[in-house]
Write a new protein. Sequence first.
Lengths: 468, 468, 468, 468
Amino acid sequence: MNVAFLQELLSSVAEQGRLLLPRSLFGAGAEEDIEALALALISGRGEASGVAIARELLDRYVQLSQDDRRKFFRFLATELKPDPERLTAAARGYVDNPSDVALSLLQKAIDSPRLEFFRRLNLAPGATAEIVAMRRDLLRLPIDDAALAAVDADLRRLFYSWFNRGFLVLRRIDWHTPAVVLEKIIRYEAVHEIQGWDDLRRRLDPADRRCFAFFHPSLVDEPLVFVEVALMRDIPDAIGPVLEEPSGDEPAKPPTTAVFYSISNCQEGLKGISFGNFLLKQVVEELVREVPSLKTFVTLSPIPRFAAWMERVAAGSEDVGEPAQLDAQLLLDRLNMSDAIEVAKNPDFKAPLMSLAAHYFLVGRDNLGRTVDPVARFHLGNGARLERINWMADPSEKGLRDSLGLMVNYLYDLKEIERNHEAFANAGTIAASRNVRSLLKARGKAKVPAEAEETPALPPPLPAKTSS
Amino acid sequence: MNVAFLQELLSSVAEQGRLLLPRSLFGAGAEEDIEALALALISGRGEASGVAIARELLDRYVQLSQDDRRKFFRFLATELKPDPERLTAAARGYVDNPSDVALSLLQKAIDSPRLEFFRRLNLAPGATAEIVAMRRDLLRLPIDDAALAAVDADLRRLFYSWFNRGFLVLRRIDWHTPAVVLEKIIRYEAVHEIQGWDDLRRRLDPADRRCFAFFHPSLVDEPLVFVEVALMRDIPDAIGPVLEEPSGDEPAKPPTTAVFYSISNCQEGLKGISFGNFLLKQVVEELVREVPSLKTFVTLSPIPRFAAWMERVAAGSEDVGEPAQLDAQLLLDRLNMSDAIEVAKNPDFKAPLMSLAAHYFLVGRDNLGRTVDPVARFHLGNGARLERINWMADPSEKGLRDSLGLMVNYLYDLKEIERNHEAFANAGTIAASRNVRSLLKARGKAKVPAEAEETPALPPPLPAKTSS
Amino acid sequence: MNVAFLQELLSSVAEQGRLLLPRSLFGAGAEEDIEALALALISGRGEASGVAIARELLDRYVQLSQDDRRKFFRFLATELKPDPERLTAAARGYVDNPSDVALSLLQKAIDSPRLEFFRRLNLAPGATAEIVAMRRDLLRLPIDDAALAAVDADLRRLFYSWFNRGFLVLRRIDWHTPAVVLEKIIRYEAVHEIQGWDDLRRRLDPADRRCFAFFHPSLVDEPLVFVEVALMRDIPDAIGPVLEEPSGDEPAKPPTTAVFYSISNCQEGLKGISFGNFLLKQVVEELVREVPSLKTFVTLSPIPRFAAWMERVAAGSEDVGEPAQLDAQLLLDRLNMSDAIEVAKNPDFKAPLMSLAAHYFLVGRDNLGRTVDPVARFHLGNGARLERINWMADPSEKGLRDSLGLMVNYLYDLKEIERNHEAFANAGTIAASRNVRSLLKARGKAKVPAEAEETPALPPPLPAKTSS
Amino acid sequence: MNVAFLQELLSSVAEQGRLLLPRSLFGAGAEEDIEALALALISGRGEASGVAIARELLDRYVQLSQDDRRKFFRFLATELKPDPERLTAAARGYVDNPSDVALSLLQKAIDSPRLEFFRRLNLAPGATAEIVAMRRDLLRLPIDDAALAAVDADLRRLFYSWFNRGFLVLRRIDWHTPAVVLEKIIRYEAVHEIQGWDDLRRRLDPADRRCFAFFHPSLVDEPLVFVEVALMRDIPDAIGPVLEEPSGDEPAKPPTTAVFYSISNCQEGLKGISFGNFLLKQVVEELVREVPSLKTFVTLSPIPRFAAWMERVAAGSEDVGEPAQLDAQLLLDRLNMSDAIEVAKNPDFKAPLMSLAAHYFLVGRDNLGRTVDPVARFHLGNGARLERINWMADPSEKGLRDSLGLMVNYLYDLKEIERNHEAFANAGTIAASRNVRSLLKARGKAKVPAEAEETPALPPPLPAKTSS
């Protein structure tokens, strides 16, 4: 409630600020347009009356149409860029003599007036959230406009500095959290949709559930990223039991396993500024401290690009090596099963599906040579290990459509994190459990597709291959 | 008390973090020196274990001798600077074709690894204060080392972004403030020394006293800048009554005048990052809101360089035009008064002293062509007006030694602030009241030195010149 | 979140306390039953180990069956009452010589050991809420047991002291309030049911809505009583527009009228301890301070006993004077309208219905000679004035069933409150607007029933009587 | 700072309340005197406008002279007592037939209007502290007025209910505590005077120091009782090292012993309402939780009545049995040492002094048959054990004057507390260590005075007398 009080206070203060301003500045209102205000803000007037000008500009901005916003970003792109002449001179100076002094001059010449513009814009109370929203607007614009990329680069540079991990505050989200924050948790949940307040309560309130979020002191009531955790006694192999109402009975035994089953970024305007990795690690530390019985830290994650990859593989548009392709064809094409979801659900096809999934993770690469799966890139890049692939772990519509019902556990072993991270970052090496590796090998050895081809009478041979 | 709890929590979490780290990293302790840790921090290892490496590095830093700190800053200066080859190439590319793309490449090439180093250092809980202290150490080093200037420039750039006004929080300091903050108010007060807790209470607790400070969310319990205010019914002409115990009687009438009688910057490591101007303006707004009877906002300020300027003038080493110099000589030299303080105290010399003070403000310029007085530069640059010069307003030892007992009122008239600021910033025009201007004219007209010279019998003629 | 932390801390401390206790006390667990614990608590052992004994006793109590609870209350009634012999002696002593000393001895003799028992029970952290719940249990028991009345009287006496208005804290309930409190607002709302979280938000979050509650420092997260307020520009004549989603448009003009449209007591166990009157007055003060444009403070209230009264009147079982009875018969009986609700909805019967309602308020009396309506007793006793009766103001099922669709505005005129209260308290005088009085007169003058009887063709004559 | 804000809010609300009141009530101000206000408060007017009347009455009260206060208390004593006729009737009714109903009627008749008066007085914001101050004023009046005892009894009864342990909040006092509270710690410290803020900091801020206080939610910024604790590795035998600046070196080993070296009650007006016992126990639990290495909980306490007792013994005015008296005479009288303090300091007399101290504790009784020492009564009654008597443990002036330099350790052994308490409460049995008991015996055996004095006559009788 304090925070609300603070906000109110702040805005009333800003209000006052405007009232105190010389009437000449805003009296006419429409007279001075947003571009004039922007120029005023980075001029000497901005030094004297920055708070009020910034507030006025932000109020104008909000009322702009999308077209006018685009126009305004273009203005920022072209009018508030570094002075080319001065910069050329400084660059030449450095090329001629790369001294410390020349470097310093170059640094000054290249510092964009736009950066200063945004920094001064932040003078207005509550401005940070509005500047973040500006970048959201910018990112939503059609990207055919190269000039705007420079504006985005400046904003991103600024946010990278402002939203430094050291300034973020970890807060537990629970049933004592204000509703104004909780409704954002409902809105921003990106992995397993929250079905209203009762569902929310199920995820926050029971003794074996946790939720943590990062906040920035200047973005009041606005989580940046949050993670939902279930405290269990085993690594779960399906999302159902995790989301269900826990039984009323107090668990007889203390939990051993923290399961991160949903991580959601909240601020579109902070795209590309990474918080999730810090969040996971700090939550691990927090949980270790609070619940000493916890020994295992693991995710239960979707495989959001798996179904699409399978289709490309089956269609031959993905080069995965012949055996894998044949596997996929076997499953999708040769069976005349137009609906991949039917395959996903069929226990007879569990083995080849799991095998292909292992291939997807361990062998598959995207155009940029990276592991295909973005969630995998996040956790593996974070130092986790691919621990287990779970069949029919998410039978929801979305789960079947995107991940063919599969889910994955990434395991965070604190002793391995640094090693895994470096191996992945430097050599693309993917840390995976023997269990997952064996799925791949199983396929190889069993020559699934080959055998399959020889035996046209499908199902029968398939069960034999299950090895997990 | 919450904040303390938070700090404790944070540090225990960091502690945990270290314990959880692979022993390889810190096991040997002394094996890996601070430079190796710095390199680790900006490497891939820093991405995986940044929090712990940053914490360890900061702990090592604190134990370094001054010499080793200097060595470490040199290391940062030489080893963590932008790659010259890459930068030269990018600079050349921009010179050849100053396109958006070339600009973007140049920006990336010039971004100093040091900046990233400091940003990652800030991962450790509580690090911000320690990085600010690092810059304090750096600024205290002998400045014969040009290479270190680049390190300072990076830190300053970083702090300029981190300590953006939009992130600062205004808090009232009063008798409900925790002692841990109050003792810092005592320590940091830079204008009129606070003589222990009773004196502090006199300045904070009475109904007609206020104190406000800016805080940064990551610098817990550490004010950045604070201002002390007395609510009065007139513009005071001396500091004595302002600092004295207020009479117990409730003032019959509501205050009309807010007097800012002390502004102190607290963080040596944030030198050059300006907060005072924002503080004053926000405090004005705060007071307007809280005490609607207030109409006048004014300072009572020292003139810290006046005595030194007088000496230079008397010695002829300051070129102030003949009349002013003669005035000064008249006062200091010709009278064989070795002690300027005796002059300051002597009512007979009030008029020429005041006149010279007006000259000091309105005409005097330093080597850089600026108004001599730094306090004047702050308030005039802030949009205030030089309202009044007060004779024998601060008879303390420091007041006599530095300011020859004079004090000045700068008046903040909200309707003038922007105009004054721009005139001062663009043309060096000094906003001053007619009263102050007349002091200067008085001298002119009265031709003080001339008359003085004609009449060898001093004192007598002087009284005639008093005009204020 | 702090509060939750505190609670956790407190309960862990209590936990500790128990662990630290000599095993002899609770080791056997089942050995010592709740009555033994109660005796221990008021003995010397209770002085030494009160916190732990109280905690244990409360834990046992919660697990008792309803029968065992009743047994336990009987135990308190019979075993922990004042010592009859000592009391008889003291009473006789006072009768013989009513001195100060005799009075003091009598006071000591009459002080019930039960009171001390409950006071010591309150030593356990969080006990207050549990003792309040005990009284709830007690009140729910069949009331055929006279002995239990003394237990209730003691609890009530205790709560009257503990829940003194001076200890209650007014808190605004809004969208920043923790969900754990908000869900109780949903649950406890007793007048106009809240249909889930969206409805709740409609009542709390818009700029022209307020909700305030009283809390007791020892009943964390538990409102005692709350009131919902709509800020409007007129006195509303129906509940519909008050509960509807406000239009998105910011109201052009500031609100003039605060409408209290729902007051709900939350704690069954605090029955008979009155907070609502203090709440209303403090909320008025709060609103005056926050929204200076407010001039009128008014309720929109149900008439919960009106329909039942009408039935009794129509049935002749309520002695209301002949004219009123005939009116009622006319409406309900003679028309062969078995369904009073049909009458309520029919505009043709508006006038006689309103007239009867005026009779209900101004003339009707219950068995105890009081104004029939409990809500009226509350507001009139509070110093309000019966301002207006509104036809078809609450067409909900409950509104029609209980109040025949009517609602009432009670107006709080601060200048009248004390006078109204005293007139009502001393003489039963009901403050009512001329408007309401005229409804009664209208009936009298128009002789509704008489005319009605003469003119079998109903409707026609009725319109003539409308006066509102 | 929140609390201050709250207070401000509350008082502004009360202010409002008064403004809103009918002018008739307070317009003339002097017209209605405090007695009239008191009568108004318990009348129907008090029900309607209680908050404002209570506020006005309290404001009047503060301005009364001591004489007028006394007059006002007499008014309360005589005018607001239970109606004698009604009470006599009810008492007679109970004597005739001691039924539940008669008991209930008697309870109602005896309930003092004064209690209701004070309860309504508490309606005014901030009133609780003022009512507590009222009782302080009352207790300070000369006690020759028996009628006032009834007023005190009512206040005490009220406070006993209001300040129930269950409503008190334990807060740690440290360097993060607001100055407004800390200055009260300095003021209220009753055992070892705090010499200004530096001394305070020494007691609160070091890592091995703790201070805890009980607060009541309605007495903001006002501690009720506080205890200072040093965390050490041994039971200290002198106060000096406890109060000294701790060495800067972090203690190598974790503390094992919590030493309560000062407990101070803060509120004179709450005399007789006991908090200290609860405070000690809760602090023990708090410390056990926070510092698991602590195993021993012990006090270092003065013996405030020892010197006076010695004098009485030496003078023969205290009947202690012949041997003890001779001992005392030996020390004080026969040696012609008029100054007991010289005896206290003299190592030669350590043994008999210690022996006499043991006698003082274990054998000595006051007029009421109680252990002489009030501090001993508190700790022994609390379940502690007399662990050790320390010679020359407090060489301060006060320490020598009151306790002849001796100090005592009372040890809280959680396993013994209940047993010790009951033995002390029921049988006056004093729990003491063998060490202390042996002092008493030693006195006999050691033949102290004989050796000391060459007087052969002495020793013999002594041994015989030991063993009591």
